[in-house]
Design a protein around this ligand. Structure first.
Ligand code: ATP
Ligand code: BTN
Length: 244
């Protein structure tokens, strides 16, 4: 089947759009874009503010040959690929494990990878990205952490279609590289773009906290933190990474 392209004025969530079609044998690389989401989401059921025309909201469907545990590292790979793409445009973007992109310590983009297992043992992935372009100031009422958008860093902001085409290419190139060589193959230069590299961080797991120094990611996408007990690796899930 050929890759599909859907451009919608409004959708609940571009990720949900593909999850609704997961049994329909959609071609890898198919993309859904929306001008607005009524139920844009982040990790753990948090909401992603998605006002009309103010950002890019996109999800790419990917039927992988990798299994689910390999695919756990995918958001790390996509985050780095997006960061490199922004850097190529002159934007000083940095990646924050496991799924965010920051500029000047403010969040500019988020990635939500949702995985589905198939009967052949491999996984399918919905790779969703939200990239703020020109959010209205009032968005601050809804977003409980510092945020930024491309209009504050790129003057003039490139036309939306150019941004969309570049973003799509960056995502698909990353997915193909991941498919060929796994996460390790995608991780070159992680430390160069890692917002907390060699910095004191705090890992929050509910009421529990761990202090340490951020030392990058391993070949599975786990975060490496040097703690009192030595170098430890942590997987995403219920964890949040904060500056200490
Ligand atoms: P972590 O992933 O480390 O747990 P997080 O706070 O970044 O931390 P996510 O689930 O990744 O959590 O993202 C959801 C959060 O992102 C929301 O709770 C909100 O604070 C913030 N957010 C929501 N919409 C936007 C947006 N358009 N731009 C920037 N940030 C947003
Ligand atoms: C995060 O930081 O937690 C990830 C946010 C991901 C937001 C994008 S917007 C397009 C796609 N559709 C969604 O509902 N979420 C992702």
């Amino acid at each position: 089947a050929d890759a599909e392209l859907h451009v919608l004025p409004l959708v609940d969530s571009t990720n949900q759009f593909w999850l609704n079609k997961k049994d329909q044998n959609v071609a890898s690389g198919s993309a859904c874009w929306a001008e607005c989401q009524s139920a844009g989401r982040g990790r753990r059921g948090r909401s992603w503010q998605s006002p009309f025309g103010a950002a890019l909201y996109c999800s790419v469907w990917w039927q992988s040959q990798c299994n689910l545990s390999e695919l756990m590292g995918l958001s790390v790979a996509v985050g780095l690929a997006m960061t490199r793409w922004l850097q190529q445009m002159g934007v000083p973007a940095q990646v924050k494990w496991p799924n965010d992109i920051y500029i000047d310590n403010k969040k500019v983009a988020g990635i939500l990878v949702e995985l589905e297992s198939r009967s052949d043992g491999c996984g399918s992935a919905v790779v969703g990205v939200g990239l703020n372009v020109n959010l209205p100031k009032q968005a601050s009422d809804q977003i409980d952490q510092p945020w930024t958008d491309l209009s504050q860093w790129l003057k003039p902001v490139p036309p939306r279609t150019n941004l969309a085409a570049g973003l799509y290419q960056a995502i698909v190139d990353c997915l193909e590289a991941f498919e060929r060589g796994g996460l390790q193959h995608c991780l070159t230069d992680w430390s160069r773009y890692d917002v907390y590299h060699d910095q004191a961080v705090c890992l929050v797991m509910g009421a529990h906290q761990i202090q340490g120094v951020c030392r990058g990611v391993d070949g599975q996408g786990a975060l490496l933190v040097e703690t009192q007990d030595g170098l430890r690796s942590f997987f995403g899930g219920e964890l949040s990474l904060r500056q200490a």
